[in-house]
Design a protein around this ligand. Sequence first.
Ligand SMILES: C[S@@+](CC[C@H](N)C(=O)[O-])C[C@H]1O[C@@H](n2cnc3c(N)ncnc32)[C@H](O)[C@@H]1O
Length: 217
Amino acid sequence: MKPVVVSHRNHVSDTARSLEKYYALHAHIYDATRWAFLFGRSAILERARVAQPAPRRILEIGCGTGRNLIQLARLFPHAHLTGVDLSAAMLNVARRKTACYGPRISLQAQSYHAPLGRTGSHDLVLCSYALSMFNPGFEAAIVAARADLTCNGHFAFVDFHGSRWPWFTRWMRINHVRMDGHLLPLLRENFTPVIDHIRPAYGGVWDYGLFVGRKKD
Ligand SMILES: C[S@@+](CC[C@H](N)C(=O)[O-])C[C@H]1O[C@@H](n2cnc3c(N)ncnc32)[C@H](O)[C@@H]1O
């Protein structure tokens, strides 16, 4: 009998396919519902502004419906913004919402697992409630984000961190989210922390992490 070989690449594309299906349904209700549990999104943008007050180019990995891109465009009126996302349905919503910004905001439909450019050209890379869904692929995305940053660039991150309630962790897993505290240690290895906090949500039902780090040499 031939051995069954399951490659990492197949795994990544299986995950991408099921995320695409998931967001084809959720894109329509995303903005109306996520404010109630994706905490820290505005706070991390403000923190990123302190670390990187005048970025020229900004990348958001897993930009979804474009909520953060619009806030970033307002915070940094001279910056060019790129949003990358694998979900066509989420990007369709983002495209409608960001149309008034013209070419200042560009959107790319792809799975992010390799740098966008050969040389780091982004002063700020944001990953907001996306990296916890890169399973597998979070290590490759972090390495790629580092490569996409300029030498003094900053990586800003907000995402689910953990929960003491196994039922909640299982429920989130069904919703494609891994939350076992695996991301922050890896971010600390790859970036020099400027902001590094863990905050409780709903009195401790879960925790979320806020991180801003400078690219390490
Ligand atoms: C929870 S949403 C977050 C959207 C937005 N960043 C926010 O804060 O509202 C996660 C997004 O990450 C995208 N995503 C997940 N894995 C991805 C991957 N490997 N490459 C690109 N986008 C991905 C999903 O399609 C989804 O739009």
